[in-house]
Design a protein around this ligand. Structure first.
Ligand SMILES: [Zn+2]
Ligand SMILES: [Zn+2]
Length: 370
């Protein structure tokens, strides 16, 4: 017991025994939360601004100085910091590591930590959906918002923002000196949840969602490392009528949306043709199914009339007008399944060391990739 000016403070023996090293407040990582976002929330609940938290890491002497200290930890989390966070928060090592970008296969499409250009056309490191932040009990930033192929929020069907609408600066929660939740701009204090939605045409939204569908599908199937999809997406700005030498991930969210909308427009379907081609003919054919369907959801979701056709109670008396369409979808489904089968068979063959068929398909893909 310690007495000071008539006030007695006593450490509860049970708490001191159970978790002598833990930080007192617990912050549960949210779904798809970025490590830096979790660190800023940890700082806030302990009454420390993110900038001071980074500089001192709560008295541990692990000063990360100023600048984008937490954004750098997203990219490479040193083992001793991982151990420290595990020890002090009780969160599992795997759970903490999963919040980093790590070795995500889409890593080449990461937005740059350093702002690409001084003007508004260049990428900033982090995007956000104001409506998602407004719905969060404790506003947090998602890992997916670091990916250049993500330009819209599917939940709210609106474009993401990458700048504070009040001061036009990129987000810098790691530099926040005031004790405010991270949904406030660190430069001007504007509440980012109040940001208005910029215009988003249905065509731009569909084109943007198609691009990220392809990235997610190929990442899930393990194709991204060998396909040319990331290179082809990176080259999209060079296909515009006024070509840009900048890679896709170096453009602001608004510029990327404009770029894909321009390329998807018109009868030449430049975007779709460009995305369908690949140096690997099997992957190109598989991807083509999704590109022609307009994304993963329309390609994989059977339309209602198709479900009706498959119903055991509905056979000969189905309406004539629906037959043609149903056959088209059935053919697409067969193509999809056979493409899946072909890719799996080739992969198994290659893993067993029999590379003949794979080499032959890769060799025949030169014209498709051109
Ligand atoms: Zn949203
Ligand atoms: Zn601002």
């Amino acid at each position: 017991m310690r007495e000071h000016a008539g006030l007695a403070i006593e450490v509860q023996p049970r708490l001191a025994t159970l978790a002598p090293e833990r930080w007192p407040a617990r912050v549960v990582p949210a779904h798809d939360e970025l490590l830096s976002s979790w660190l800023h929330r940890l700082a806030f609940v302990h009454g420390v601004s993110p900038r001071h938290f980074g500089a001192n890491l709560v008295g541990e002497g692990l000063g990360f100085g100023s600048g984008a200290w937490s954004a750098r930890l997203d990219l490479a989390l040193p083992e001793f910091v991982l151990n420290l966070l595990h020890r002090q928060t009780g969160a599992g090592r795997d759970r903490i590591a999963a919040m980093t970008i790590g070795a995500a296969p889409w890593r080449p499409l990461l937005l740059p930590v350093r702002q690409a250009r001084a003007d508004r056309t260049g990428a900033t490191w982090l995007q956000f959906c104001p409506s998602c932040l407004a719905e969060d009990e404790n506003p947090y930033f998602r890992r997916a918002w670091r990916r250049a192929s993500v330009m819209t929020c599917r939940r709210h069907r609106r474009a993401l923002l990458d700048r504070c609408p009040s001061c036009a600066q990129g987000l810098a929660p790691f530099n926040q000196r005031a004790l405010l939740p991270q949904c406030h701009c660190a430069v001007c204090g504007f509440d980012l949840r109040r940001a208005a939605a910029p215009d988003l045409t249905p065509a731009a939204r569909k084109a943007a969602e198609l691009i990220d569908d392809l990235i997610r599908l190929e990442a899930t199937k393990g194709f991204l490392q060998k396909s040319a999809l990331i290179e082809r997406i990176s080259a999209l700005p060079s296909l515009q009528n006024s070509p840009s030498h900048l890679k896709f991930a170096r453009l602001s969210t608004l510029e990327r949306l404009r770029c894909v909308a321009r390329l998807a427009r018109g009868t030449d379907r430049r975007l779709q043709k460009h995305l369908c081609a690949d140096r690997d003919a099997v992957i190109a054919s598989w991807r083509g199914i999704f590109v022609r369907a307009g994304g993963a959801t329309p390609a994989l979701k059977p339309p209602p009339h198709r479900l009706a056709w498959l119903s055991p109670n509905d056979n000969d008396d189905r309406p004539r007008t629906g037959i043609g369409k149903s056959r088209v979808h059935a053919a697409d489904l067969r193509s999809l399944l056979s493409a899946y089968g072909a890719v799996r068979a080739r992969r198994e063959l290659r893993e067993r060391g029999g590379s003949g068929a794979y080499v032959s398909s890769a060799g025949s893909s030169a014209s498709a990739a051109s």
